[in-house]
Design a protein around this ligand. Sequence first.
Ligand SMILES: [Zn+2]
Length: 121
Amino acid sequence: MEIEVTVQSQKEFDEAIERYIASGYVLESNMGDTAVLRKKGFKLWIFIVLLIFILVGAILYYFLSDDNVVILKKVASSGRYCEKCGSSLKEGEKFCPNCGATINSNDGSSANMIDDNAINI
Ligand SMILES: [Zn+2]
């Protein structure tokens, strides 16, 4: 922000300079009939309000940010595998959970035997 102030006499000119210096301005230059005085336009309350906004925003972000959740399941394997797709089967399952193929209800060894027969034929 820049304002221009005009005075009528040397006395007023000197008084105005003293008045501005008293209220925090720094005399940058004085060429006798023109003086430049400067003061930082910084306002502490605006600085604090902005700081609070940023702080509140950061805290809200911390509490509102979603959790990343991984659900890891360990399934006990029966040691048997689907003949069609090879996915592992649980005890007593009649259908493959992956491809839906009918599972031979006997134990693993008979399933292997079926495989062996298929190869032998
Ligand atoms: Zn399958």
